[in-house]
Design a protein around this ligand. Sequence first.
Ligand SMILES: [Zn+2]
Length: 247
Amino acid sequence: MFAVLTAAVLGAGGAAGTAHADVNPPVDEASVTAYIEETIEDSAYPYWDNWLKSQQLDQAEPLYKIIQRGETYENACDGAISSSDIPSAFYCDQDVQQDGVTYEGVLVFPIETMLAMQLGEVNGQYSEKAGKFTVATTVTHEMGHWIQDVLVYQGAQPPIRPGKHQELMADCFSGVWAGATAEGTLTVADFEAAVESREKAGDVEFTDPGHHGTPQERANAWKIGFFGSSNNSGSHPENCINEYWRS
Ligand SMILES: [Zn+2]
């Protein structure tokens, strides 16, 4: 079972139900909350947990926190207080204790920003192809940072140099998850939403230490995760490590 921060007050109950079946259920903070939970718990975490086991690595579960409207969250990394509309999701790599268990970091998702993302605003820009899968791509990008953290912490890889390659690898890991788990369910629209979300997340601030890769590099990184590399096709995390790990 995946653990949620006990402080989280999840707003998934109640609001979404209607008397008759909707073809298009409402897109609101409750539905996005439920989708983030589902993506992590039913798909991405089980995928990565299996992969860690296949690498003889220990389970190193992260917590996740969806910051609901009106809530604030203080992260253990820099002590910053975040609200539900901060510009982006993030991963804080500090271990967290909860109920006597140590968790490997916390994934943080500001709900207003995540909802806006599904409705077409990615990194302050309009994404025509945005949809649910834009949210999933962001969620699994952050989980990519958690996997990086686990690999370093358990000595499977040397510390990674922060910056562009760290971000591209997280994009690549997101693509791996999509490719490995979405067979039969991933639509063309999902694929396009994911690729466009990486383009919108890119920047051309080459001299900025916060440069995260160009739009094309980021989309390409996701596709390498999804399709594989020229010498190893298919969705394999090793491709992302070979391509982007820079210590
Ligand atoms: Zn990132």
